[in-house]
Design a protein around this ligand. Structure first.
Ligand code: HEC
Length: 261
């Protein structure tokens, strides 16, 4: 029936027009609310930037948040309540640019939902290079045969708690309370600080031992260095164990079971 067909076509047209409008709208919102700091095309001169370009931001968001829903939730939350502990791409970025000022007052939660969805759908562009921010997390996301050996004594079998949690921070089933989040952020901060302190020493020592061994240094000379390496790795492992213990104390049994599902 032509009449039915007409209605059908009109509906389809309206739907696609509607989503095109929403898309344009979100893009305009981004342009007016975010683009003064976040550029959307690779800059010629990185030194003039006041914030990371949006494709870099989205590359990291997608590396940590596998679903669109989780990524959007992270962006909405971070934009209204930026905190160093929540930031995905290490402290280098924050040291360089400073923490993002909260956009509360500049943008509403509803607008942010749309902006974040648009960011997710459009960045990074499929063709863009796979540049990463040089963090450990970034490197771990794409393991290569040459990946640096773990800084822990126990490289598998114990969960990376802070990462697991960050991936599910706003998961509605996990349902972290604000108080739990506050405590968890403190644990995360302590853990990251300790690991960041120890890791460079481990990597440095490891390199030296490798270099000297290959250069024919006598085992006797190397022994104290190997011992020291063992101690440092034990220290890092203790931090890991402590982090799991502290996290267990903050979460309920049900939440823990869900996290390990
Ligand atoms: C006044 C400048 C400024 C404006 C405006 C701004 N940002 Fe940012 N933003 C920053 C800076 C600086 C950083 C890097 C430091 C950080 O992560 O806190 C950043 C980082 C981010 C991150 C990355 C967080 C992470 O951990 O990787 C997201 C997501 C983000 N901004 C979203 C937005 C959105 C969405 C808007 C618009 C509603 C916006 N920003 C507006 C300055 C700004």
């Amino acid at each position: 029936m032509p009449y039915k067909k007409l209605i059908f076509t009109t509906t389809l047209l309206c739907l696609s027009f509607g989503s095109a409008l929403a898309q344009e709208n979100a893009q305009a919102l981004f342009a007016s609310k975010c683009a003064s700091c976040h550029v959307t095309t690779p800059p010629a001169d990185f030194s003039k930037l006041t914030a990371p370009p949006i494709m870099g931001v989205m590359r990291h968001v997608k590396m940590h948040h596998k679903s669109k829903e989780a990524a959007v939730a992270f962006i909405v939350d971070y934009t209204l309540n930026p905190q160093e502990e929540k930031a995905l791409c290490t402290t280098d970025k924050i040291k360089h640019f400073g923490l993002m000022p909260s956009q509360r007052g500049n943008v509403t939660q509803e607008e942010l939902q749309r902006i974040a969805g648009w960011m997710y759908d459009n960045f990074p562009a499929a063709s863009s290079s796979k540049k990463q921010c040089g963090t450990q997390q970034a490197r771990q996301a794409t393991p290569s045969p040459k990946a640096a050996p773990s800084q822990f004594l126990i490289a598998s079998g114990m969960p990376h708690m802070t990462k697991l949690l960050m991936q599910q921070w706003d998961d509605s089933t996990l349902a972290l309370t604000p108080d739990q989040k506050k405590k968890l952020l403190r644990v995360r901060q302590q853990t990251m600080q300790a690991v960041k302190r120890i890791t460079p020493r481990i990597r440095g020592l490891q390199k030296t031992i490798i270099r000297k061994t290959m250069a024919g240094e006598s085992p006797n000379t190397l022994e104290p260095m190997v011992k020291k390496l063992g101690q440092l790795k034990a220290q890092a492992t203790n931090v890991h164990v402590q982090c799991i213990h502290d996290t267990k104390n903050i979460l309920t049994e049900k939440q823990m079971a869900y996290l390990y599902r």
